[in-house]
Design a protein around this ligand. Structure first.
Ligand SMILES: Nc1ncnc2c1ncn2[C@@H]1O[C@H](COP(=O)(O)OP(=O)(O)OP(=O)(O)O)[C@@H](O)[C@H]1O
Ligand SMILES: Nc1nc2c(c(=O)[nH]1)N[C@H]1C(S)=C(S)[C@@H](COP(=O)(O)O)O[C@H]1N2
Length: 182
């Protein structure tokens, strides 16, 4: 609990990139996700960040650890969603989830396609493991904001349904959608 009595949300940020994990280039994706969360969320949260190679078993183990041991209510990945041989983030996500939420990928691709024709190449998806929502984003750092803006309005309510922390947003930046209670 924070000083204000609100529970501190833990959010996992996973960069899946062979080259960033080897230090061949600086990871711009993970910090861009953390920056986005700082801009949009008005409730307290902390980020638990990982940078890992495009290995299916390692990605699955990282996602499971962030969900089960680190108790992250939300885990956002970047990279490894495309058609290349080593792009296996959606498969690793499905490996550890009990339910998939295909609407997230559909919505992110629909919005991204208005910006870039190659958005069709991303197989990005989302799913639930225990009380964690896992959302995939493409590796291009510039895709992060476009994709998160497309789906973030639904994320706080999804986390409510998983009985996680009550996330609030800076409404001058992004309005979260919660159906009215009857
Ligand atoms: N985390 C990152 N930080 C900075 N740039 C990135 C990152 N991930 C990807 N990129 C950039 O976006 C491009 C496309 O991303 P993609 O995930 O397809 O990379 P890749 O070619 O599979 O290589 P790698 O897995 O080594 O990042 C990369 O070639 C790189 O220029
Ligand atoms: N919004 C957005 N979506 C995007 C892109 C982008 O630049 N912006 N890049 C596309 C490209 S070029 C690829 S190959 C796929 C998969 O990228 P990944 O393998 O880095 O996850 O995401 C696509 N989706």
């Amino acid at each position: 609990m924070s000083a204000a009595g609100e529970s501190l949300a833990r959010i996992g940020v996973v960069t899946v990139s062979d080259r960033a994990s080897r230090g061949e280039y600086a990871d711009l994706g993970g910090p861009a996700i953390a920056e986005y969360l700082k801009e949009v969320l008005s409730s307290p949260f902390e980020v638990i960040a990982r940078v890992i190679p495009d290995e299916r078993a390692g990605i699955a183990a990282t996602l499971a650890d962030l969900a089960d041991r680190e108790r992250c209510c939300l885990i956002v990945t970047t990279g490894g969603t495309g058609p290349a041989v080593r792009d296996v983030t959606p498969e690793a996500t499905a490996d550890v989830c009990s339910k998939m939420l295909p609407g997230f990928g559909e919505q992110m691709r629909a919005v991204s396609l208005t910006k870039v024709a190659t958005a069709i190449l991303s197989r990005q998806t989302a799913g639930i493991r225990g009380q964690s929502l896992i959302v995939n984003l493409p590796g291009q750092p510039r895709a992060i904001r476009e994709c998160l803006d497309a789906v973030f309005p639904a994320i706080p309510y999804c986390i409510d349904l998983l009985e996680g922390p009550f996330l609030t947003t800076d409404e001058s930046r992004l309005v979260a959608f919660r159906p009215k209670k009857k």
